[in-house]
Design a protein around this ligand. Structure first.
Ligand SMILES: *[C@@H]1O[C@H](CO)[C@@H](O)[C@H](O)[C@H]1NC(C)=O
Ligand SMILES: *[C@@H]1O[C@H](CO)[C@@H](O)[C@H](O)[C@H]1NC(C)=O
Ligand SMILES: *[C@@H]1O[C@H](CO)[C@@H](O)[C@H](O)[C@H]1NC(C)=O
Ligand SMILES: CC(=O)N[C@H]1CO[C@H](CO)[C@@H](O)[C@@H]1O
Length: 146
């Protein structure tokens, strides 16, 4: 089962609220190990020269999962992992990860545009094993309330 939630990050200082207006929000996608998950990135309205799908595991540097240079077919061989597939339909790019495992847990986002006007979008944090997350959350709330 795939559970999709969108979480809006609450920010409390004016400086951070200003930053939040400028930056696209990051959603949360919670999946179980073994699930297939598809992430979507809209590229409409951009004179695209390149398109990257990046992955950033917590506490690690950004890695490139897939790249598309204009006029060429998508390449997702960064990991030599047949679990990653990128397809384009109209103005949307879809990144599918099959048989998700814990090592796929990371923030995924798209990076597109031209050399002089890069644009980031589609950010989502892929949380693998959502069940434990919500179970743990409710357990700790009960513990604190009583
Ligand atoms: C994931 O996709 C593969 C092939 O695309 C399919 O065989 C498999 O049943 C799917 N797994 C789940 C959990 O949907
Ligand atoms: C992407 O585009 C689709 C349809 O055009 C829209 O429903 C969806 O909300 C868009 N997603 C984002 C993250 O902008
Ligand atoms: C799914 O991945 C796990 C390791 O993460 C592997 O043991 C298992 O065989 C894979 N299943 C399929 C159907 O590819
Ligand atoms: C209190 C509790 O239920 N903790 C669980 C949180 O989730 C981890 C696995 O991610 C379990 O090992 C813990 O038992």
């Amino acid at each position: 089962m795939t559970l999709k939630l969108t979480v809006f990050i609450l920010l409390f200082t004016p400086a951070l609220i200003l930053a939040a207006d400028l930056l696209p929000p990051i959603s949360l996608t919670a999946v179980e190990p073994g699930d297939n998950v598809t992430l979507v990135c809209n590229v409409s309205g951009v004179e695209m020269k390149y398109f990257y799908w990046h992955k950033q595991p917590l506490g690690h540097m950004v890695q490139t999962v897939a790249k598309v240079i204009r006029g060429q077919s998508p390449i997702s061989d960064e990991y030599k992992d047949s679990r990653f597939t990128v397809i384009k339909k109209a103005s949307q790019y879809f990144l599918t990860i099959r048989n998700v495992s814990k090592e796929h847990e990371a923030t995924y986002f798209c990076h597109t545009g031209t050399d002089y006007s890069p644009k980031f979008s589609g950010g989502t944090f892929l949380f693998v094993n959502g069940k434990f997350f919500f179970f743990n959350l409710s357990v700790s709330l009960i513990t604190f309330n009583f």
